[in-house]
Design a binder for this molecule. Structure first.
Ligand SMILES: C[S@@+](CC[C@H](N)C(=O)[O-])C[C@H]1O[C@@H](n2cnc3c(N)ncnc32)[C@H](O)[C@@H]1O
Length: 212
């Protein structure tokens, strides 16, 4: 994954962003060592931004699609009140086993429930409202995820979709299935009269969506 802003500036921004917990260094190192796509972790800037959003909105119930090794879940959980809860889902038992370990070590494990299985099946079993829904699972399903979670969103809640700039490939005319799915998702949100949205160039691109 290539960052949207230049690498040196991205590094500078990371250096000037609070490290929420020293555990993230070890989580990132283990993820690099044991998984084939460690770049999927949100990292310090986006993790810090997600935590800030939790604090700013006073979110209490969060749904995450795409746990991986837990960087984003733990970041958000660290900003939740003690009675706050995150439901996070993934299909990868090995990555989520790593996540579970660090969640428990972080002291925020009690706030996080991991559901193993395809996200669409998990969403169908859930009841809203959720204050934040973070979409960060497989890209071809983004539009389906968006439609499935919108009815579960709290009145002033926010859907956050990650990787919406897809290393900048969204501006190229033809792309692979994931690129085309992200482009279709971005057009879908833009033409959705039910919502207002803002696309940010944070890390690999994030879109924040709220109901009108
Ligand atoms: C980009 S990673 C998530 C990164 C994570 N948010 C973090 O900060 O570390 C995407 C995750 O989606 C998971 N995934 C892929 N297809 C899925 C599906 N159908 N349902 C749920 N999760 C899925 C993958 O196993 C992978 O762990």
């Amino acid at each position: 994954m290539a960052f949207i802003v230049n690498e040196q500036v991205e590094e500078y921004a990371a250096e000037h962003t609070t490290q929420l917990d020293e555990l993230f260094e070890r989580l990132a190192a283990e993820t690099r060592e044991k998984t084939t796509a460690p770049q999927m972790m949100v990292g310090r800037i986006e993790g810090g931004f997600l935590a800030a959003l939790v604090r700013l909105t006073g979110a209490n119930r969060i749904l995450e699609l795409g746990t991986f090794t837990g960087y984003s879940s733990i970041s958000m959980a660290s900003a939740l009140a003690d009675d706050g809860r995150i439901v996070t889902c993934d299909v990868d038992p090995e990555a989520t086993a790593i996540a579970r370990r660090y969640m428990d070590e972080s002291g925020h494990g009690d706030k996080i429930e991991i559901k193993l299985g395809p996200a669409l099946e998990t969403i169908a079993t859930l009841e809203g409202p959720f204050d934040i829904v973070f979409i960060d699972a497989d890209k071809p399903n983004y539009e389906a995820y968006y439609e499935a979670v919108l009815p579960l969103l709290a009145e002033n809640g926010v859907v956050i979709a990650d990787n919406v700039l897809w290393s900048g490939r969204v501006v190229e005319p033809d792309g692979d299935a994931s690129t085309e799915a992200i482009k279709a998702f971005n057009e879908h949100v833009r033409s959705d009269d039910r919502v207002v949205s803002v696309m940010l160039t944070v890390r690999d691109g994030m879109t924040l969506v709220q109901k009108r």
